[in-house]
Ligand binder design. Structure first.
Ligand SMILES: NC(=O)c1ccc[n+]([C@@H]2O[C@H](COP(=O)([O-])OP(=O)(O)OC[C@H]3O[C@@H](n4cnc5c(N)ncnc54)[C@H](OP(=O)(O)O)[C@@H]3O)[C@@H](O)[C@H]2O)c1
Length: 256
């Protein structure tokens, strides 16, 4: 029987790399998505050296041409892990633009590009964050993101509203937080719910890795790479209960 295949974005370092290593150890053929191909090749080579099956794929999720070229080269996929992410310093319109470009629009771009490669029953895992906690949003915004009638066009318009409010210097008055990262992951979680409602043949979930010792999380973070990767790998491999449209931390449902 052929091996299941998983694509992991941003798998050249950090949590994504550990997810790729774990999936390979569990018998997956892993496609190591990396903006810099040589960095992905180094990870894939190390996986192969320990008996795993891995191949690097040049993939910049913020770039249409890169995503299209990667998607065209891919085989059928049993799992897609939207892990690539940035947490930039500062807060202004440019930080918002660059953050959404990767964390939210990047996951959207890649998932749509590979949609027809995802086999029936495939898992999509969106790597989110505890900072996406919707409870802390002002009521009106929380309701708009959580609206069960929200579709992709509505979500993209909502995110563009955030971008426009920041550019105009009036985001605070409109109830938006001063955090591009936070809204990028709130938006990613909304995509999880929208895709789960729209795509009944797939299992789409968000995973929170916790605060993990990576370049992003810093050396003082309490969680190891394995702890951060665990729930992501569990969802990517398809837990027996077959959840979809959920948000998980430590293999258990967490509040949005
Ligand atoms: N670490 C934490 O405590 C923590 C907590 C909650 C959530 N998360 C989430 O977990 C995920 C992984 O984070 P991490 O801590 O492992 O971060 P990291 O060590 O900074 O690694 C980020 C990865 O994303 C890649 N990436 C960035 N922009 C990209 C783009 N445009 N296209 C493709 N890949 C891109 C990076 O590639 P390059 O090497 O080319 O830059 C790198 O491989 C992120 O989504 C993050 O938001 C992390």
């Amino acid at each position: 029987m052929s091996k299941p295949v998983a694509l992991v974005s941003g798998a050249n370092r950090g949590i994504g790399r550990r997810v790729a290593e774990r999936l390979a150890a569990d018998g997956y053929r892993v496609l190591v998505g990396s903006r810099v191909l040589a960095a992905g090749e180094a990870v894939a080579g190390r996986i192969r050296a320990t008996g795993g099956d891995a191949e690097a794929v040049s993939l910049d999720v913020a770039d249409d041409a890169s995503v299209a070229a990667a998607a065209a080269s891919l085989p059928a996929l049993d799992a897609l892990v939207n892990n690539a992410g940035v947490a930039l310093d500062g807060f202004d319109a440019e930080v918002v633009r660059r953050t959404l470009a990767v964390n939210t629009y990047g996951a959207h771009r890649l998932t749509h590009a590979v949609r027809d490669k995802l086999v029936s029953g495939a898992r999509v895992v969106n790597v989110s964050s505890g900072l996406a906690d919707e409870a802390g949003l002002q009521d009106v915004l929380r309701e708009r993101f959580a609206d069960p009638g929200l579709d992709e066009a509505g979500l993209l318009a909502l995110l563009q509203e955030f971008e426009a409010a920041v550019a105009a210097g009036r985001h605070g008055g409109a109830g938006w937080p001063s955090s591009a990262y936070r809204i990028s992951k709130v938006g990613l979680n909304a995509l999880t719910r929208i895709w789960a409602r729209s795509w009944g043949d797939l299992y789409v979930n968000s995973a929170c890795p916790g605060w993990v010792r990576t370049d992003m999380g810093g050396a003082g973070a309490p969680r190891s790479l394995d702890e951060g990767a665990d729930t992501i790998v569990w969802l990517a491999e398809g837990p027996a209960a077959r959840p979809t449209g959920g948000y998980f931390r430590d293999r258990a449902p967490a509040g949005w």
